[in-house]
Design a protein around this ligand. Structure first.
Ligand SMILES: CC(C)(COP(=O)(O)OP(=O)(O)OC[C@H]1O[C@@H](n2cnc3c(N)ncnc32)[C@H](O)[C@@H]1OP(=O)(O)O)[C@@H](O)C(=O)NCCC(=O)NCCS
Length: 224
């Protein structure tokens, strides 16, 4: 138990540059407090004291604004920064050294039963306000951008952003073609397209007129 507490303190100190001492972690970090409630609630859940576990969990939510279901599985060195509004569902699995910011939801889609919450592997970071939904896996060391809504699994070492979440970096390399939407020099020009089409038709008509004139001239020659 002491080792777990030491790791939770170490996680805050190593990942939050604003943190200056272990005492500060004990006194000023709701994410750390929430983990204390969670670890007790999870132990009670393991002893099949489900209602008591839920009560401890609820007490933790009142005091920290962070809701972690006692049946969820959280690894070591997890860091919940700021924390307010974080929700971690019953069948969620959070690996070692994962970082979550305020407003993160590890939730269900509302359509499934059984395992219905996400699995975050070691070293994953989920940015402020992001929602990770359903029985999906976020691979090791991947990053979920602030505000993303992720509903599909993500491989290891990726960055996923947006709604719905899409992978934009894999192993540090940009993924997918460059966005032409933002390449102003390459924007389509409908007026230019129309003018080009009109010139093509004009050239075809000129060709037909020349052919008709040639045929008329030939007929005149024959008549003479
Ligand atoms: C996603 C994030 C982790 C950066 O990851 P990264 O692998 O370094 O990715 P990059 O910064 O190279 O950005 C990759 C692309 O995604 C875009 N992007 C980055 N974050 C984004 C976000 N939250 N939403 C939408 N697009 C985002 C970038 O503009 C970039 O686009 P480009 O490929 O067109 O240039 C970071 O932007 C982020 O969202 N961090 C969350 C931090 C947080 O929650 N802090 C709270 C403190 S209180």
């Amino acid at each position: 138990m002491f080792a777990t507490v030491r790791e939770d303190v170490g996680a805050v100190m190593s990942r939050d540059p604003a943190c200056r001492s272990p005492l500060e972690v004990w006194l000023c970090y709701p994410g750390f407090h929430a983990l204390r409630f969670y670890r007790l609630a999870h132990a009670l859940w393991g002893l099949r004291l489900h209602l008591l576990a839920r009560i401890v969990s609820e007490l933790g939510r009142w005091l920290t604004g962070i809701e972690i279901h006692p049946a969820a599985r959280l690894g070591r060195g997890v860091f919940i920064d700021h924390g307010m509004g974080v929700v971690i569902g019953e069948t969620a699995e959070v690996g070692d050294d994962v970082t979550l910011y305020q407003g993160v939801t590890l939730g269900g889609t509302g359509k499934d039963r059984g395992k219905r919450h996400p699995t975050l592997q070691r070293g994953v970071m989920v940015g402020v306000g992001a929602k990770v939904l359903g029985d999906i896996t976020i691979g090791e060391n991947s990053k979920v951008g602030a505000g993303a809504v992720v509903v599909g699994s993500v491989p290891a070492n990726c960055t996923v952003v947006g709604i719905p979440g899409r992978v934009v970096r894999r192993e540090g390399q940009r993924v997918g073609p460059a966005s032409h939407d933002l390449e102003h020099a390459d924007l389509p020009d409908p007026v230019e397209d129309e003018v080009t089409a009109a010139f093509r038709r004009l050239a075809a008509l000129e060709r037909q007129v020349r052919e008709l004139e040639a045929r008329l001239a030939e007929r005149e020659r024959c008549r003479l």
